[in-house]
Ligand binder design. Structure first.
Ligand SMILES: NC(=O)c1ccc[n+]([C@@H]2O[C@H](COP(=O)([O-])OP(=O)(O)OC[C@H]3O[C@@H](n4cnc5c(N)ncnc54)[C@H](OP(=O)(O)O)[C@@H]3O)[C@@H](O)[C@H]2O)c1
Length: 337
């Protein structure tokens, strides 16, 4: 039986804020399955800020990148059976013929796994969020690079998002003071409900430098940067000696058409004897299962909470993606097919 697939195709590379006309929504028939392949039907699509910078390297005509949770509906594979749930880098498409050896997507993300029903029993969509790539990013990035110690003060921006909301909570579990910044009063309330010691709306708080001083009277020991731009130098200026900085993202710069004029920060790094490290989360792929198990336990123990912002409908994927840049999401942004 022939299978129709709908997919979002990159028509022109984004310049500035992504536009709907940069993408096409196409329909095509999939070829029959070959031996060793299985057919996946998408259930949930992950929406991630990294699509914006990473798509610059995607060939025009390619399917938009990203992970999805899907159900196996046909199989010529001995490893994947009809009914299995998988997470894989299949991109923005409804149906995919997947070789059991792995899926070549041209994306940074290559993680493909069958969902362990004991871990994903409550909700399979968490394989794209708290028990997926963003969860691993928060857990591995924060613990490996910020190396938190009890009593230290963390600053995290993008704090109400998929990664940031987890970083702040993990910091609290490790006995730190968590200070978060997000883009609305509602998000600030959300952060307080998660146990953040201090939360501020960066859009209305006024001076960043003064707000940091007030929120962190003993200085900043750990900085988990999701936003970049002016945040970097302002936070670095107020860091304590031997502070650690994890450079996770720079969403404030992803749509910039010109490089911002900033100050040189090497003197701050030198003077405060800071350790600053950027990372791509896939470097810790082998640690991901341990991270998921630990975070799943914390969820069961009531120590870790997560939120999902669900956009319904494959046709609305672009709107969900765009929403990442205006702060439409709290927690993980996902599309329900
Ligand atoms: N290094 C890695 O391997 C890796 C892996 C995953 C994610 N990341 C990065 O980590 C960051 C967070 O990712 P995520 O998936 O958790 O996304 P997210 O935080 O769930 O969503 C993006 C959020 O960023 C905030 N934002 C958008 N534009 C902003 C701006 N100009 N200034 C300040 N905040 C802005 C918005 O919240 P507000 O309402 O608060 O503005 C928005 O909700 C991103 O920079 C992403 O690229 C890196």
């Amino acid at each position: 039986m022939s299978v129709k697939c709908r997919r979002w195709v990159l028509k022109s590379h984004f310049s500035g804020m992504p536009k709907r006309e940069d993408l096409d929504l196409v329909e095509e028939e999939l070829p029959p399955l070959k031996d060793g392949e299985f057919l996946c039907e998408a259930l949930w699509l992950s929406m991630d800020p990294y699509f914006r910078p990473a798509s610059a390297g995607l060939a025009l005509g390619s399917t938009m990148m990203g992970a999805q949770v899907a159900k196996v509906t046909q199989s010529k594979s001995s490893k994947y059976a009809v009914g299995d749930l998988v997470v894989g880098p299949f991109g923005w498409r409804t149906h995919t013929n997947v070789p059991e050896t792995g899926y070549e997507s041209g994306d940074l993300s290559t993680y493909m796994a069958k969902l362990d029903p004991t871990l994903y029993k409550d909700r399979e969509s968490t394989a794209l969020g708290v028990l997926g790539m963003p969860g691993a990013t928060a857990y591995c990035g924060f613990l490996n690079l910020c190396t938190p110690k009890e009593g230290e003060t963390l600053v995290v921006n993008g704090a109400a998002g998929a990664v940031g909301s987890l970083v702040g909570q993990i910091a609290k579990i490790k006995g730190c003071n968590a200070v978060g910044f997000a883009g609305s009063d509602k998000k600030v309330e959300y952060l307080k409900s998660l146990g953040f010691d201090e939360a501020l709306n960066y859009k209305t708080m006024g001076s960043l430098s003064e707000s940091l001083k007030k929120a962190c009277p003993k200085g900043i020991d750990l900085f988990y940067d999701n936003v970049g731009g002016e945040w970097f130098e302002n936070v670095l200026a107020q860091m304590n000696t031997f502070g650690r900085v994890a450079v996770c993202g720079a969403i404030s710069q992803y749509n910039a058409t010109e490089q911002p004029k900033g100050h040189y920060v090497s003197q701050l790094i030198l003077g405060h004897q800071l350790r600053v490290e950027g990372f791509l989360t896939a470097r810790w792929l082998e640690e991901w299962p341990k991270a998921f198990k630990q975070m799943s336990d914390w969820i069961s123990e009531g120590k870790l909470k997560y939120e999902e912002t669900i956009t319904v409908g494959f046709d609305n994927a672009f709107d969900a993606f765009l929403g990442l840049f205006s702060g439409a999401n709290t927690g993980k942004a996902i599309v329900k097919i």
